[in-house]
Design a binder for this molecule. Sequence first.
Ligand code: NDP
Length: 341
Amino acid sequence: MSPAPSRQWSLAARPQGEPARTDVRLDEVQVPDPGPGEVRVRNTWLSVDPYMRGRMDDRPSYVPPFAIGEPMTGGAVGVVELVGDGVEGVSEGDVVLHDRGWRERAVLPAGAVRVVDADLAPAQAYLGVLGTTGLTAYVGVLDVAQMREGDVVLVSGAAGAVGSVAGQVARLKGAGAVVGTAGGEEKVRWLLAEAGFTDAADHRSAGAGELLGRLLPEGADVYFDNVGGPMLEAALPRMRDHGRVALCGAISGYNATSAPAGPRTLGVAIGKRLRLEGFIVTDHLERTEEFTREMAGWLARGELVHRETVTDGVESAFEAFLGVLSGANTGKMLVRLAPDA
Ligand code: NDP
């Protein structure tokens, strides 16, 4: 065989505020044959995710920053097109999940790919509802917030990839009511008509305090927080005694150039005996097997729905990434690299 062409994105400069096109570069490269113990993968789907914005900054985090000039990484699925000497357990033609996204082709150690069951679900589902996105929702609701039957559950970012699954996991596990906030009437309609939310509202239609006052006249037991900022500040006073807040993300501040003010309402957590707990999905990978079994069942029985917002071609990945930060997506935002994928 011989080297194969690929296009790949790298970080050219650290963004100030919202990332600009000049902060990234799309380069054409030749990808070599795999060496011993390696495989070469032709990517078919790329994931773009809000946490990647944090990786563009140079500051300590649970995941290291992207290096300037180096290809960016992220979730991807693809087809193994070449296998190096000595590789076991991975064959040509296998569909694999790995972290060398933001590019068309990658050579990587065979141990760094996971073969997925493309008969169980379309390959890209492993980047979304059956992947860490779905697992985040599952462990956030069940393990972190420790939702109990009958609980009233509030989810922000409810029409996004994690939020839409979190609300449905809560419903399927016996929540008394599931209430969501999302950006725009179309997303609200989807949450009510298809995702089975009890109630939902457009977070841009009113101030957060007024919105939650309307949605939660009796308060909430669980808040699954994807957005932080003003919504978190408004949610705390709506919590019932012994309520639990799963701090999953704070996307409202990801492009901020200075630290946002803390929730001014934090003091209510004392009298209400609230528990606020941040979590990172990769600390909960031991739940993967049980999650996959349960999620596959819900999907097969049509009890849980999921949406994808798709752009085409590696050249669209940066726009897709900006879109996920600004709300262009309903459900999981994905980049399709193969027209037939
Ligand atoms: P989403 O699919 O939810 O996309 C992000 C959404 O955030 C956008 O669609 C937009 O929807 C919403 N948004 C953007 N800006 C604001 C704002 N200022 N206020 C309110 N909503 C806003 O992404 P994911 O599902 O992948 O991620 C959701 C959250 O979960 C993120 O905060 C992410 O960082 C976090 N996360 C955390 C993980 C963990 O391990 N803790 C793992 C995975 C994700 P809208 O139109 O509704 O405004």
